[in-house]
Ligand binder design. Structure first.
Ligand code: NAI
Length: 329
């Protein structure tokens, strides 16, 4: 099988090349172009395309892929809301994905953000580099024996519960479904109780109508003063302007964000003054107790290897005509 791999980053090429040795029937050609209706024609002569969350796999793209003989779209990510599934069904193109790769990768990054914002590692790093060895502005608090509140205890939230338990924290959680395997060390509580009792709050629920802006000025007011808030899930779980208001009210000891509402607007790729002036992310960055990373939670060797392995196994299952739990359609 010949796969055209769109939107290739150097780390994608490394992880897929590494695992390709175990899949002798597959060859991959890598292109830096992302998949959309302008680039779909490049797939002429290939059997499958490999795309990502950033790709535009809308109706027109699918039509062109079909006209070029593509039978399989391999999404190397969990999400597939950028794929027109109806169009894929119409042309009998199979769509497969990677539903989960390394929950620990994201949970460990969530804890890293909590610790970095608490102990002001971002400030400490810069101070020492500038030969300033004073400790002013760097005091944090112990996590040991404090309360961690985990919102959403699926794969990643469960990993976060285990990590917090390992730190000697009391772990409380809120979810619409309870995860039995966590109950030995996690107490499920109402959202209200989680907000009022937690010293560290970490968001691990998906973005849905129910969770959109779950962190807003009302829920922020219910939190303890000096709380740490971490979001590695989806930006729109947090209403950014309300978060800024909360930071101004000195509600938070620290805030760690791997995701934010403006993420998809390429705010920092297009650094025009006007955009930055109106950017809520830029405003967040101006606060000394806020640490922001660029959606890197998933970005570990193990997670990339798992993504590559599952994607190529999906291709093998397709060739063998096997149904798979990773089928989107
Ligand atoms: P999952 O589906 O295993 O778990 C989600 C949990 O949230 C489930 O237990 C579900 O019952 C719960 N939930 C659903 N609605 C809820 C509500 N209204 N209130 C409270 N809990 C609710 O998902 P997984 O794999 O743990 O991923 C969680 C999120 O992490 C994803 O939605 C994704 O947005 C984000 N993510 C972030 C990455 C990063 O690089 N920063 C990478 C991968 C995922």
């Amino acid at each position: 099988m010949r796969i055209l791999f769109y939107d290739t980053k150097s780390y994608d090429e490394t992880s897929f090349q590494e695992i390709l040795k175990s899949f002798p029937g597959i060859s991959i050609e890598f292109t830096k172009s992302d998949l959309d209706s302008r680039t779909a024609a490049l797939a002429e002569g290939f059997d499958a395309v490999c795309a990502f969350v950033s790709s535009d796999v809308g109706t027109h793209t699918v039509e062109i892929l079909h006209s070029k003989g593509i039978r399989l779209i391999l999404m190397r990510c969990a999400g597939f809301n950028n794929v027109d599934l109806e169009a894929a069904a119409k042309y009998d193109i199979r769509v497969m994905r990677v539903p989960g790769y390394s929950p620990e990768a994201v949970a460990e990054h969530a804890m890293a953000l909590a610790l970095a914002s608490n102990r002001r590692l971002h400030k400490a790093y810069n101070k020492v580099r500038e030969n300033d060895f004073s400790l002013s502005g760097l005091m944090g608090f112990n996590f040991y024996q404090k309360t961690a509140g985990i919102i959403g205890t699926g794969k990643i939230g469960a990993a976060m519960c285990r990590i917090c338990h390992g730190f000697g924290m009391k772990v409380i959680a809120y979810d619409v479904y309870q995860n039995e395997s966590l109950k030995a060390f996690t107490e499920y509580v109402s959202l209200e109780k989680l907000l009022s009792d937690s010293d560290v709050i970490s968001l691990h629920c998906p973005l849905t109508d129910d969770t959109f802006h779950i962190i807003n000025i009302d829920t922020i007011r219910q939190m303890k003063d000096g709380v740490i808030l971490v979001n590695t899930s989806r930006g729109a779980l947090v209403k950014t302007n309300d978060l800024i208001e909360g930071i101004r009210m000195h509600k938070f000891a620290g805030v760690g964000l791997d995701v934010y509402e403006e993420e998809t607007n390429n705010v920092f790729e297009d650094r025009s003054d006007e955009i930055l002036e109106h950017s809520t992310t830029a405003r967040l960055l101006s606060f000394p107790n806020v640490v922001i990373t660029s959606h890197q939670g998933f970005f570990t060797k193990e997670a990339l290897a798992a993504i590559a392995g599952t994607t190529l196994q999906n291709a093998v299952d397709f060739e063998a005509g096997k149904e798979s739990a990773n089928d989107v359609r």
